[in-house]
Write a protein that binds this ligand. Structure first.
Ligand SMILES: NC(=O)c1ccc[n+]([C@@H]2O[C@H](COP(=O)([O-])OP(=O)(O)OC[C@H]3O[C@@H](n4cnc5c(N)ncnc54)[C@H](OP(=O)(O)O)[C@@H]3O)[C@@H](O)[C@H]2O)c1
Length: 288
């Protein structure tokens, strides 16, 4: 049995759906399994065992991992993220889980300029030193997060950022789920580290030009300083300060470390990644 943490979230949900498409059953963890089940389509629900667990409660994790062999470990960003993921690893080791697939991020290094990535590094180190078979996924920014820009675009035709002309390797989270499902069902793929990108990187000016073309009206990119973007996200978009700081750090990282598409997804799955153009067309109604 495969256990999916964060199964109601972006990467966990995508992985659950991709596994169901392959016909593989999973145990799907959530603090609110009824809400999780209500959000699933019939085919996915038929292959899924919704299960209550809270990463703050090690006993609930051990109950969830009992008798299972593989864990897909993903967790919402929060100030508690590292503690929650370490709790999950300890419980999985107690229960004899044999393979853990961890959702990490680019630049997961001890001196990373992105605090969340330093946390991912700590979790990866714990996995490596535990001796359990470990697979690491390193997706870049999810296309789905672009929907957060929709209100600003619908209201004023503006996107705010602090990354100048730097490009971003947007990846559709459904491709993260597809790759994860391959890794969880093909033992020969276990143990690797998989960067995940789309087929083309876009700067904010390129993104707004594409959106403007699809919407048939201009969309402007307003380039701010990091401090201005932080203030905008907190005061105008209502983001908590730690999350606004994370967004600014990610954009600053893209500005100093060039993002270019990676062929890993195609190499593993035999197909091209989903495109940003197709994603935006599919979700265009959000931007009107
Ligand atoms: N967003 C991006 O563009 C991006 C890019 C690269 C890497 N990443 C990495 O991807 C990872 C996963 O992101 P995501 O977007 O899939 O996360 P998400 O959708 O924000 O959240 C995933 C799940 O975390 C669960 N969770 C939170 N607190 C919990 C707790 N105490 N116990 C159990 N579960 C808990 C929630 O489940 P319930 O509420 O159902 O319990 C939630 O559904 C992050 O660590 C992030 O750093 C993200």
């Amino acid at each position: 049995m495969i256990v999916i943490m964060g199964a109601a979230g972006a990467t966990g949900g995508a992985t659950l759906r991709s596994l169901a498409t392959l016909g593989a059953p999973s145990r799907a963890l959530s603090r609110d399994p009824a809400r999780l089940a209500a959000g699933l389509d019939e085919r996915t629900l038929a292959r899924t065992e919704p299960f209550a667990a809270d990463a703050a409660d090690p006993d609930s994790l051990r109950a969830a991992f009992h008798g299972t062999r593989q864990l897909f470990l993903t967790m919402a960003n929060s100030p508690h993220q590292v503690r929650y993921e370490l709790n999950a690893i300890d419980a999985a080791l107690d229960c004899g889980v044999e393979h853990i697939v961890k959702v990490s991020a680019p630049a997961a290094e001890p001196d990373s300029p992105v605090a969340v990535s330093r946390g991912h590094h700590l979790v990866e180190e714990r996995l490596r030193s535990s001796g359990v078979a470990t697979t690491v996924l390193r997706p870049y920014a999810f296309m789905q997060k672009l929907l957060l820009l929709a209100p600003g675009i619908a209201a004023a035709g503006v996107v705010h950022g602090a990354m100048g002309q730097a490009r971003c390797n947007y990846v559709d989270v459904r491709d993260v789920g597809d790759l994860a499902a391959e890794v969880l069902t093909r033992p020969e793929l276990a143990g690797g580290t998989y960067p995940l990108t789309g087929g083309r990187a876009y700067s904010h000016p390129e993104l707004t030009a594409l959106l403007g073309e699809l919407l048939g009206r201009p969309v402007r990119y307003l380039d701010l300083s990091p401090a201005e973007l932080h203030a905008h996200l907190v005061e105008r978009a209502g983001m908590p300060g730690w999350l606004a700081a994370h967004v600014v750090e990610i954009q600053q990282l893209a500005a100093v470390r060039r993002e270019t598409p990676d062929g890993t997804f195609t190499h593993v799955t035999g197909r091209s990644p989903r495109t940003l153009d197709a994603f935006l067309q599919e979700h265009l109604h959000h931007f009107h």
